[in-house]
Design a protein around this ligand. Structure first.
Ligand code: F6P
Length: 326
């Protein structure tokens, strides 16, 4: 018999499609195990201010298909202070909460690590970010939806790029990591992909363009991660235009479109598995860990290991993308 009787769930940091599916799985699994379950609204801010409500099975009906997060999300300054965390502890204790599921990214995990050590309340984390840059899991909740959204947008851009014979630089999200850009680039058949992790120069792109022109190959699509080492899409586009004035160059920044929308089947299933397993792991006495799925198996990584280690891009995929773009 587990000592855990009342658990809470919250979402924090940037929202990601599939967070609602995870919340639903947490609530329903908790109710199945006769636990009381509470929703904390607006992330750590709601924990500090006590914005906490009991959730029943019906409260999470009809949300599995919705983007965003029904619990809202925020980046909390108050929780960074010891006084804020003390208030958060008092809010949890007021509801006798003895286990918490935290859905978010690195910042969420860092807060959960500090707090669960200070106040000895068990926390289990779920990776919720479109960036897929969390160590300790093959995929994070929201990534699959984001790349599908980006690819759909890029396909449309390609139609007009083809018609006008224009060169488009399409910027996708990824402040620190190139997972979205790499997968969008491969999936949309881009001519080149610029990533935060690689050092592709504008000269290399110029060379590729010249070679393509010689072979009369249609080259009209470059995918750029927003955190690209050598500049964002606007910077690269300007540089190319300067060196190759004959090109009709355009820039599209897909932006927050990638964060919204109905989650894909992959994200719904991933989030459901993770939310379900998070409750079971709290019941087993897990704490201070980030849950992941690696090679289709549920895994656990200590919060600080998940935060401090970098999830690397698959170099074979990077190389493959270059070969396929020939
Ligand atoms: O969710 C991750 C991410 O989309 C990054 O790729 C992006 O840089 C960032 O969030 C933007 O976040 P916000 O709009 O919340 O500042």
């Amino acid at each position: 018999m587990s000592s855990v009787k009342k658990i809470a769930v919250f979402t924090s940091g940037g929202d990601a499609p599939g967070m609602n599916a995870a919340i639903r799985a947490v609530v329903r699994t908790a109710v199945y195990h006769d636990l009381h379950v509470y929703g904390i609204y607006r992330g750590y801010d709601g924990m500090v201010t006590g914005d906490i409500k009991r959730l029943e099975v019906g409260d999470v009906a009809n949300i599995i298909q919705r983007g965003g997060t029904m619990l809202k999300t925020a980046r909390s300054e108050a929780f960074r202070t010891p006084e804020g965390r003390k208030q958060a502890y008092e809010s949890l204790i007021a509801h006798d909460i003895d286990g918490v599921v935290a859905i978010g990214g690195d910042g969420t995990y860092t807060g959960a690590d500090i707090f669960s050590k200070e106040y000895k309340i068990p926390f289990v984390g779920l990776p919720g970010t479109i960036d897929n840059d969390i160590y300790g899991t093959d995929y994070s909740i929201g990534f699959d939806t984001a790349i599908n959204t980006a690819i759909e947008a890029v396909d449309k851009i390609r139609d007009t790029a083809d018609s006008h014979n224009r060169l488009f630089f399409v910027e996708v999200m990824g402040r620190h990591a190139g997972f979205i850009a790499l997968h969008t680039g491969i999936g949309s058949g881009a001519g080149a992909i610029f990533l935060p992790e690689t050092d592709t120069s504008i000269e290399e792109l110029s060379d590729i363009l010249k070679k393509s022109a010689k072979r009369q190959k249609l080259f009209n699509l470059v995918i750029v991660a927003e955190g690209n080492q050598n500049g964002d899409a606007n910077t690269l586009a300007k540089q190319i235009k300067k060196g190759n004035p004959e090109y009709d160059v355009k820039v599209t920044i897909i932006g927050h479109l990638q964060r919204g929308g109905s989650p894909t089947a992959m994200d719904r299933v991933l989030a459901s598995r993770m939310g379900h397993s998070a409750v079971q792991s709290l019941l087993r006495g897990e704490s201070g860990v980030a849950l992941g799925i690696i090679n289709d198996k549920i895994t656990f990584t200590p919060f600080m290991e998940a935060v401090s280690k970098t999830k690397h891009l698959n170099k074979d995929l990077v190389r493959m993308a270059e070969i396929l773009a020939m």
